[in-house]
Ligand binder design. Sequence first.
Ligand code: GLY
Ligand code: MN
Ligand code: MN
Length: 470
Amino acid sequence: MPTSSHHKARRAEFLAAIEQPVLLMAGGWISRNYPANWSPFRADSTFLFFFPQAEPNAAALFDPKDKSVTLFLDERTQADALWHGPVQSFADLKKAFGVTAVEKRAELAKLVGKQIGKRTVRTLAIADPRATAEACSITGERLDFFTAKDLGDPALLQTIARLRNHKQEPELAEMRAAAAVTREAHTLAMARTRAGIREQELVGHVEGTFARHGCVPAYNTILSVRGEVLHNHAHDNLLLEGDLVLLDAGAERPSGYCADVTRAWPVNGHFGPEARDIYDIVLAAEKAAIASVKPGMRYRDVHMLAARVLTDGLVQLGLMHGDADALVENGAHAMFFPHGTGHLLGLDVHDLEAFGDAIAYAPGRTRSPQFGTGYLRLDLDLQPGMCVTIEPGIYFVPAILHDAKFRKQFKGQVDFQRAEQFLTMNSGRGFGGIRIEDDVLCTKTGHEVLSAAVPKERLAIEALVGSAGG
Ligand code: GLY
Ligand code: MN
Ligand code: MN
């Protein structure tokens, strides 16, 4: 876990970069149903970036004028100790965190008002609407987390993004640790795969592995024989002979740093001819895209490279016709690869996605109007310290391949008849989809694949699938 000295240095960097005071909120408990039955607490990621082990309701005022950081925490009560165990005193926490002061959370508005006087103070919208509303009532801003528009002062968002996007060694150690747990989860799911069980049994192995290591799923686990449903969160299908399992799951460490990894494998442990061909194309695209990661590389070009390699392979298989460059320019590849190649990764699985495209797209760049490429979540020039995912895939989606508008638009470029064979194979259940996803750090000289230990060579996967027996 990043140490508090790391966090202290990060807070000092932030204080040096801001001109006005900033109030950050951790967020509080969210109830599952009745008020005292809470969902697991997860502090806002920017708060976690500055304070390890952030507790519910915590808030912090950063004041560049006197370089002070004041932490606001709920008062310690006997009831806390009774129901939730011993709690550290404010004095202990002031020392442990190395902050200027720890104050009572109940006095947040009063004390912030006193400290800032007539100066402007800024905050950030976070996922907890009550915390956002409370912070806005103090700063006078009107922010809305859910519109991805009014998240906070644009210059403040840029400052935070710049810091969060340059991962330092303690953060990378956390991400490598999350990737190691994720490797164990994926290999266990492969080993436990056999026809006749339900998807949820494998989900249990995946999430049980996370729990055994003190981790939680960084996002809702996707484990499905219907891999063509990109974010499929239902887990009640039976695994049948001929099906492919797609697992997209990543562990999140107690520090908040996470992994995001996808693998696909055949239920019976042997890639059939079509699955082998498609798998090899996706793997070639993924490897080519990873190989291109280096400082200065534009992420959109990484995406386009992946799309071109996929398209080349699909032309060779007879699923597309024509010149790969021209097909990609037209957007024809999106009939099989309808999403972007990846996103930033860190404390959020789609790191900083809540800050919107003003952060994820470099100035002057906007989303493509084209179907498929329009889903590209990132278009920055990569810099050392940035972590991204690389996750191309090929999917046979009836809703796309049967769409009359697309069939007309890509007539002669996409072989819809050949695609139909994939949609109807496997006793009518269809091919499904294959995605391969790794977590990649841009380094000074190129890249490091944080999730490299998760098997992805076809033979290695075949050897693992079903190896745990009944
Ligand atoms: N796990 C969601 C994604 O890969 O983006
Ligand atoms: Mn991803
Ligand atoms: Mn994923």
